[in-house]
Design a protein around this ligand. Sequence first.
Ligand code: ZN
Length: 173
Amino acid sequence: MHIITNGENYVIYHESDSKFSIDFTESKAEATRFPKAYPAIGVMKRFKNKLYGYYVYDECRKKPEYENRARMMLSYEQRLEIYNRANGKCVLCGKEIKINKMTIDHIIPLSMGGADEMSNIQCTCWACNQFKSNILPEQFEKKIADIFTYQTDKKHGKELRWKIAKKLLQGIR
Ligand SMILES: [Zn+2]
């Protein structure tokens, strides 16, 4: 069996009607047991912001299987530098954000081997950060284009205006 822990607290995982959530407990007995490692790793990735410093522990082999790497602690000066670099806007959608509301985003995700350093960090709004989570910037752009194309197709698929716009879009990509 596999559990998710940071050595002190344990994770209880809830899944119902395709809604997912986690709770924490100090009691090992209450921890959710995963028969295989990969669903536990999936939970680690889904809740990576809440689970920094946590790892998947294999109770049979008595060793950690997967670890969320410790995140670099940013000083106020570093946060300000990142914020100013982006002119106070989310680098992904362009929305203006307050410095205390900005989300630190790794350009290349840590889970994909990106470095935990200033050159790999950018400022995004919370919504974009949640949406992008574990994909590369190019994939993120393609994903947005795909979602936009698909959704607009569903709504306006028959309209000539959209057919022309779609041709243009596909030409750009
Ligand atoms: Zn944004």
